[in-house]
Design a protein around this ligand. Structure first.
Ligand SMILES: [Zn+2]
Length: 503
């Protein structure tokens, strides 16, 4: 009897572990890039920052922390690759990342869900639609029933084929971008709803034949402000999970370059309602197209320089918008430096020019050295040409920053301060100015290789002007040599008509 009791007790003690529910196995992956097809420079494997597996845990991203904190989730991060916007991605780089992701999925065993951390404007040389290819290859391994959720930058061009591989999608709701982290978290939380509750959403979407650059679709100003403000009330509706407006990426000469609206219904019962909402938002966007213009004055570089000096007692930021590295341009066109020197611009800072050779020459010569430099015009040989100047090296970043390949060298030529960068980037933060001991607000004119100002600079800039410089990110779409985008499209075909319809 005592023996029986002991056996029964032992069985009871074992019971919890026998009946414990297996964890949901969630895998993540991503290849994020905004590919400018007009650019002369390719984005290669070495240009990507890649986090593999548990390296992702070091990134402190809210979506990563969320998945790690869920007691019922086993999180399996794989390859996450990201590169600064640039020219089209090499096949070698894409095949490398795709190979790693597919191998990890094959080796992962039973999965319950996949999250794809994407940008949406990836283009790979020689391929029609690499993003659609990636999700298709993933589906070939995991089948059609596994929930896949994805998040996008609002400058993504997400084709029908790519979308057909997804069960849920969402995108940024701010440009300049302030909500990247919360967008990814939303995509992951939605994925967990799909996994835990077994729901399978239906996504209504509409494609608008519109090529609108980010500078003309800032969500903090009209008409986009009011249109994006509709998203909150749409997703609060019963049975609707999300509404996404992707402005799209206009500097990609591809058939899928367009503006899009997506409304995610929880199930097929709410699909018709999602479709009606989608059409209503799409039609509103189309009707407001002529109002999608820049929110700050713009004009030729010389006009913008002269205008800046007419505005008293304040710093004026000027964007060198045609050579905007954050939209994929090379960043080595010195045309604005030439204009500033010709205008004898006083108390002006040019921040900055991407030129590794000049950067190295100055770094080697050291602070105080005087030398003759030939700047830029190498990567962007289409719109730019080299500029020779006499300059003095006056400052440079710390050795620590130099070691991180983030260094800046400051030179002065004829009273103009010029920041030289060793790698392709733009000034987007205050810290970059501080690295060379500058406060941008001490200058009368600060020129940056951006279109719209990034949030930190937008928040401090007293006045902003956009110089319509030539380059691969020309803000006048009608001047670019489009061959492959679908026509008619606004603003290439101004007299076209269009009515909203679902895809
Ligand atoms: Zn973007």
């Amino acid at each position: 009897m005592r023996k029986l009791l002991f056996v029964a007790l032992a069985a009871l003690m074992l019971l919890p572990s026998c009946t414990q529910k297996p964890k949901y196995r969630i895998l993540s992956c991503g290849v994020r890039h905004e590919s400018n097809t007009f650019s002369t420079i390719r984005t290669e494997l070495e240009n990507f920052t890649v986090m593999r597996g548990e390296e992702l845990f070091e990134s402190n991203q809210p979506w990563v922390e969320y998945l790690r904190s869920q007691k019922d989730v086993e999180f399996i991060p794989t390859t996450h690759a990201y590169s600064w916007p640039g020219g089209q991605v090499t096949l070698e780089a894409y095949e490398q990342f795709k190979g790693e992701i597919l191998e990890a999925i094959r080796n992962a065993g039973q999965l319950d869900g996949i999250y794809m951390d994407m940008h949406g404007a990836l283009h790979v040389e020689g391929m029609d639609d690499a993003q659609a290819d990636l999700v298709k290859e993933i589906r070939a391994i995991v089948g059609d029933s596994l929930p896949i959720s994805a998040s996008f930058d609002l400058h993504g061009n997400v084709s029908d084929e790519f979308l057909s591989g997804l069960n849920y999608m969402t995108g940024f709701r701010t440009a300049p971008h302030r909500d990247g982290a919360e967008t990814k978290l939303r995509a992951v939380k939605a994925l967990m709803r799909l996994v835990r509750e077994g729901i399978r959403p239906c996504i209504a979407h509409a494609e608008l034949p519109m090529l609108i650059p980010g500078e003309k679709s800032i969500t903090e100003v009209e008409p986009m402000h009011s249109i994006y403000a509709r998203i909150d009330s749409i997703e609060a509706l019963d049975g609707i999970m999300d509404a996404t407006i992707l402005v799209g990426y206009a500097w990609a000469d591809l058939p899928r370059s367009a503006m899009r609206v997506f409304v995610v219904a929880e199930d097929s019962a709410h699909f018709e309602e999602a479709g009606d909402i989608c059409l209503s938002v799409a039609q509103q966007l189309w009707n407001k197209r002529f109002e999608m213009e820049m929110d700050v004055p713009s004009g030729s570089i010389k006009d913008m320089i002269r205008r800046a000096y007419e505005i008293p007692d304040t710093t004026v930021f000027i964007s060198d918008s045609g050579d905007n590295t954050t939209a994929g341009a090379p960043g080595d066109n010195p045309q604005v430096i030439k204009a500033l020197l010709e205008e004898h611009a006083e108390n002006a800072l040019f921040a900055g020019l991407v030129d590794k050779a000049a950067f190295d020459q100055c770094r080697e010569a050291g602070i105080g050295a005087e030398l003759t430099l030939t700047l830029g015009g190498v990567k962007d040989y289409v719109f730019g040409s080299p500029l020779t100047i006499d300059a003095k090296v006056i400052d440079m970043s710390s050795e620590e920053t130099m070691a991180e390949d983030n260094g800046i060298v400051l030179i002065e030529s004829d009273g103009l301060k010029i920041a030289l960068l060793s790698r392709r980037t733009s000034f987007t933060t205050v810290k970059q100015f501080e690295d060379i001991h500058l406060n941008p607000l001490d200058f009368k004119v600060v020129v940056v290789k951006l279109g719209y100002l990034y949030p930190e600079l937008r928040d401090i800039a007293p006045v902003h002007l956009i110089a319509l410089t030539s380059g691969f990110c020309n803000l006048d779409m009608r001047t670019l040599p489009f061959k492959n985008v679908q026509r008619p499209a606004y603003p290439l075909d101004l007299d076209m008509t269009w009515n909203a319809h679902l895809q």
